[in-house]
Design a protein around this ligand. Structure first.
Ligand SMILES: Cc1cc2nc3c(=O)[nH]c(=O)nc-3n(C[C@H](O)[C@H](O)[C@H](O)COP(=O)(O)OP(=O)(O)OC[C@H]3O[C@@H](n4cnc5c(N)ncnc54)[C@H](O)[C@@H]3O)c2cc1C
Length: 298
């Protein structure tokens, strides 16, 4: 238990809990010292207790979980919009996700445990910017965009340009990820996510993969493949995608695409698995997720 929770003390904090966006922006405009924005704290607390993040006493914590303007899931015209501090369980249960993006809902249910999903947020998973962030491959294949706000105004970025390296992204410390949105998938589109860890649940992925297909008359009109834990950031695999798009969808074509995917990634060997094992998993998970999409559509 000591190893799981970690042994280091949380520093003496100055705690702020703004109740709306106006209070948050006002705080961000005036705060002087060293501060950190948090939501569910399911990454923050284990990282501090485990010694992966160290802060001096006096750190000002800005907890955004009570801000109602950051918690929503809506179908807005042809886009699905999710507030940055929306808990994972709220996304899984949202009618718009269940009906239009069930692959995303399924992907999120593979994360953590119900208790963690009730407080852990989608924005926290993205902003942690771990190569193993499990929500990210599904969002990458949905062609998601993020909206970032701060006192300098609003910025939009495609999710695939958001990550800069392990734990690094394009946001400044005084910016908040306020929304993730993506085109609501149509009836001729399907998306699947799978991950492999050292056990079935509550585990960091050794490799995770998501695929999205759009099919018309047996031909692949669009394909996106994304993976986690195979590079310094979650990545799209454009080389593998190019092998399928415009072609007839067959098991052989999927197999060739999956083989390409396993060579396109740049995995490392670490405690969770070797680079070779990750390439094998990349092949298997690409094949499985693409085949599942094909079976939904044909
Ligand atoms: C037992 C356990 C199991 C887990 N299992 C998984 C798993 O299977 N897969 C997985 O991917 N993760 C897993 N996690 C990690 C974690 O639960 C998720 O990454 C979660 O989505 C983090 O969200 P949070 O709101 O708790 O983030 P926090 O801990 O509050 O914040 C994480 C980081 O994001 C920043 N941040 C948060 N929200 C914003 C925002 N809106 N704008 C700007 N910055 C922000 C914070 O500054 C911090 O750097 C697990 C954690 C635990 C404790």
């Amino acid at each position: 238990m000591k190893n799981f929770i970690g042994s280091r003390a949380i520093p003496d904090l100055v705690y702020h809990c703004p109740e709306n966006m106006e209070q948050l922006m006002d705080l961000l405009g005036h705060i002087q010292g060293h501060f950190k924005i948090v939501a569910g704290c399911t990454d923050f607390i284990p990282a501090v207790r485990g010694g992966r993040w160290a802060f001096d006493d006096g750190l000002e914590l800005i907890d955004i979980k009570k801000i109602p303007e950051l918690k929503y899931v809506t179908l807005d015209g042809d886009r699905i919009r999710i507030g940055g501090a929306t808990p994972l369980s709220m996304i899984i249960g949202a009618p718009a996700i269940k009906e239009r993006a069930p692959g995303l809902a399924h992907g999120l249910t593979t994360m953590a445990s119900p208790q963690v999903r009730n407080v852990g947020t989608i924005g926290g998973n993205i902003c942690m910017s771990s190569p193993a962030a499990d929500a990210v491959p599904s969002l990458l294949v949905l062609d998601a965009q993020v909206i970032i706000n701060g006192n300098q105004g609003e910025e939009k970025s495609p999710l695939d340009r958001f990550f800069l390296g392990p734990g690094r992204n394009i946001m400044a410390p005084d910016q908040v990820l306020t929304e993730i949105n993506f085109p609501a998938p149509a009836a001729n589109e399907s998306q699947h996510f799978q991950k492999v860890g050292t056990r079935d649940a509550v585990v960091i992925s050794i490799v995770s993969a998501a695929s999205w297909l759009k099919v018309d008359n047996g031909k692949c009109q669009g394909v996106r493949i994304a993976m986690g834990s195979v590079a310094p950031t979650p990545v799209r695999l454009p080389g593998a995608e190019a092998l399928l798009v415009g072609n007839s969808l067959t098991l052989d074509a999927i197999d060739a695409c999956a083989k390409h995917a396993s060579q396109e990634i740049t995995p490392i060997t670490d405690l969770r698995g070797s680079a070779d094992y990750r390439r094998d998993l990349a092949y298997t998970l690409t094949k499985r997720t693409l085949t599942a999409c094909m079976n939904d559509l044909m």
